[in-house]
Ligand binder design. Structure first.
Ligand SMILES: NC(=O)c1ccc[n+]([C@@H]2O[C@H](COP(=O)([O-])OP(=O)(O)OC[C@H]3O[C@@H](n4cnc5c(N)ncnc54)[C@H](OP(=O)(O)O)[C@@H]3O)[C@@H](O)[C@H]2O)c1
Length: 260
């Protein structure tokens, strides 16, 4: 697969990584379909993409709403079939700065948005992608997928689930001509990144994270984990005996401020 994608869906495109990815893909002849909850942010991203010559449509949908997602995505796909689907929308909760536990609501909300929301993004489009026997799917998980984090257990769970889902899809869909890229970024600067208080080792700027992600999608990489040293550290931590690994991971302390 060498031709760059021309009909691209990006969720979580109202700001942060999703907006930067959309802008990176924007070019004449490229159709961008952008989803998030916030219409203002979507409109701002759409205007920047249109200024680069892309043809852009947006939909203000919560990715937790499976019926609304399926209806909108299938209508877009019928009009101009997607050749690239980027499930990027995500949230983080975790232990608050005052020590408040994320709780059942926080933990399940992250799974609903980060994991099930990604399934709502990919699954309706899979029959068409499989029938056409070409296309790219990218799932934005996190390095937190490699090892449960003591200050963000629900977030790590949602991203570990997304990683496993993506790797399963990847193995299943390669014979059907589809490339699945599981993206596992470390810390980067964004509205979400700004709410992570404390250690953010090897944090990247947003443009660098977006460029890494976009390049990985374009070359059909199976997995993109970055920055490499942090990815290796978390994989080693996962391989250590559990007690040793737990003691080490407790040193990576941070808190996550509530969303404004
Ligand atoms: N920042 C980091 O350090 C970091 C590290 C590793 C992985 N990641 C992952 O990278 C992805 C992008 O994160 P980011 O840092 O760019 O975060 P961000 O700046 O907070 O942006 C998140 C995006 O997701 C959208 N979103 C959130 N909940 C949604 C919902 N229920 N339905 C539809 N859209 C929703 C937001 O739009 P609305 O609020 O308008 O809906 C926004 O466009 C996420 O999956 C995140 O978990 C981030």
């Amino acid at each position: 697969m060498t031709a760059p994608p021309r009909s691209i869906l990006v969720t979580g495109a109202s700001r942060g990584l999703g907006a930067a990815l959309a802008e990176g893909f924007a070019a004449p002849g490229v159709a961008l379909r952008l989803v998030a909850r916030g219409p203002e942010g979507l409109a701002a991203t759409a205007a920047r993409c249109a200024a680069r010559g892309a043809e852009v449509e947006t939909a203000a949908i919560d990715v937790r709403d499976g019926a609304a997602m399926a209806a909108r995505l299938l209508a877009w796909d019928a009009a101009r079939p997607f050749d690239c689907v980027v499930a990027n929308a995500g949230i983080s909760r975790g232990i608050a700065p005052d020590g408040t536990w994320e709780g059942l609501d926080g933990a399940t909300l992250q799974v609903a948005v980060n994991l099930i929301g990604a399934m709502h993004t990919v699954e309706p489009l899979l029959p068409g992608l499989r029938a056409r026997r070409e296309g790219r799917i990218a799932l934005v998980a996190s390095l937190a997928a490699y090892r449960g984090l003591p200050d963000a257990p629900g977030y790590a769970a949602s991203k570990a689930g997304l990683r496993a889902y993506g790797e399963g899809l990847r193995a299943a869909l390669a014979p059907a001509g589809l490339r699945v890229t599981v993206v596992l970024p470390g810390f980067f600067d964004s509205a979400m990144g700004a709410r992570w208080i404390g250690a953010r080792p090897m944090a990247m700027d947003l443009d660098a994270a977006a460029a890494r992600t976009r390049r990985a999608i374009l070359r059909g990489a199976r997995r993109a984990s970055f920055p490499l040293p942090l990815a290796l550290l978390l994989r080693v931590l996962d391989a250590l005996p559990a007690g040793l690994s737990d003691r080490a991971v407790r040193r990576l302390r941070f808190r996550i401020a509530p969303e404004p």
